[in-house]
Design a protein around this ligand. Structure first.
Ligand SMILES: *Cc1c(COP(=O)(O)O)cnc(C)c1O
Length: 385
């Protein structure tokens, strides 16, 4: 199926014409689409404050490119997972806006307190032990320093478990040395609106909040925003939806697609007799067929589980992945494509308007998050702005 070119396609075509002939694969990242997704999430969050999660290098798309776009779109709180990620981003954020709070979700690692304080990075305190370490550090410095406090409302991952919340309820002085800028909690099943865990976590959070000092409360990841205003509290904390993945898997995607992925055809084989294709000989062409070998593989984040299951687009035709995906290569059955258009250097489209990240994730038996964060470092990257 072919589609008429849209404005975006024309921009992509222009950008691709400037890509080096060396490029074996090109990952296109639409920065205005990320800004638009931020605005859509903010509208769904009823225009209250919305942070942006840019952990794992901006879900694989380049934190240093996407974070400034999100700050410009209005984000005044940025979340990463690791202190190293925060240290890399801090100077860039300072150049974008004078007052962007930068939080580290994975919390305070013992001995790293000074790195947070010196670089204006806020730890998300995930246990009483981390609270005690931060307040001890504050006392030694003679000043109360800001931090977020994370309550576990039922996910059993990070955050203060209920018994530690009860300790705080009985001993509010324990937090005296720090300035809580945010109380956060994380939903385990927000992408399943009917899951009973959602209401249970909401009730657990509401019961825990009086044990803590007043501060803006942040509960909703991308999918949580769509659970409705009861779940919203003060600060949204979306990640994946900013990058175009559907936060409402049971309904049409309210987000704009952000990435496109192409890799070059290296060779086309005409097969006339029965012939096996690829490692393990898992695909067997039984009669005449054409097989295109394409320059992307599992080392590029094109997951091996897509073997014999996935699809790509060549010259407007949807074509199946045949045989096993190998480290650097995959094979497509292009028998249905006119032979005169098939030539080395022609792009095979792996992610496009017809097949978004969620669709490829389904073919790979995984989720959009894993597809995005796996996209390898070998692609040439084209940022549309
Ligand atoms: C990753 C993460 C988010 C963002 O989640 P998305 O599902 O990508 O929107 C928010 N909060 C915490 C604690 C996270 O780990």
């Amino acid at each position: 199926m072919t589609t008429s070119p849209t404005t975006t396609d024309l921009t992509v075509e222009t950008a691709l014409s400037e890509v080096s002939p060396r490029a074996a694969g090109v990952l296109t990242i639409d920065l205005p689409a990320i800004a638009e997704n931020y605005r859509r999430l903010k509208a769904a969050f009823l225009e209250k404050a919305v942070a942006a999660v840019v952990k794992a290098d901006g879900y694989g798309l380049g934190a240093e490119r996407v974070a400034p776009v999100l700050v410009k779109a209005g984000a005044r709180s940025i979340f990463v997972a690791q202190l190293d990620e925060a240290l890399k981003l801090r100077p860039l954020l300072d150049r974008c806006h004078p007052a962007v709070a930068l939080y580290v979700l994975n919390g305070l690692m013992p001995g790293a307190e000074a790195d947070y304080a010196e670089h204006n990075i806020l730890p998300v305190l995930n246990s009483l032990g981390e609270i005690d370490a931060w307040t001890a550090f504050c006392r030694a410095r003679g000043t109360a320093l800001p931090a977020a406090v994370h309550l576990d409302s039922g996910m059993c991952r990070l955050g203060l478990p209920p018994e530690e919340v009860e300790v705080l309820r009985g001993d509010p002085e324990r937090l005296a040395g720090l300035v809580p800028t945010c109380i956060l909690s994380h939903l385990a099943c927000a992408d399943e609106p009917g899951h009973p865990m959602n209401a249970e976590q909401l009730a657990a959070l509401k019961a825990a909040l009086p044990a803590l000092p007043r501060a803006p409360v942040s509960f909703c990841n991308s999918s949580g925003i769509f659970l409705g205003r009861d779940y919203h509290f003060d600060l949204g904390r979306p990640g994946v939806a900013l990058y175009g993945v559907n936060p409402t898997p049971e309904a049409p995607n309210p987000m704009q697609p952000v990435v496109q992925l192409r890799a070059k055809i290296l060779q086309v084989r005409q097969i006339d007799a029965p012939q096996a294709v690829g490692y393990g000989a898992t695909h067997r062409a039984t009669g005449p067929a054409r097989i295109a070998t394409v320059a992307a593989g599992y080392a590029d984040g094109y997951l091996r589980s897509i073997s014999n299951r996935g699809h790509a687009w060549v010259a407007g035709h949807r074509v199946p992945v045949v045989g096993r995906v190998s480290m650097d290569l995959l094979a497509l059955d292009v028998t249905g494509v006119a032979p005169d258009v098939l030539r080395p250097g022609l792009w095979a489209e792996l992610l496009n308007d017809e097949q978004d990240v969620d669709a490829l994730a389904r073919e790979a038996g995984t989720i959009g998050y894993e597809i995005l964060t796996s996209l390898g470092a070998r692609y040439h990257r084209v940022y549309l702005d």
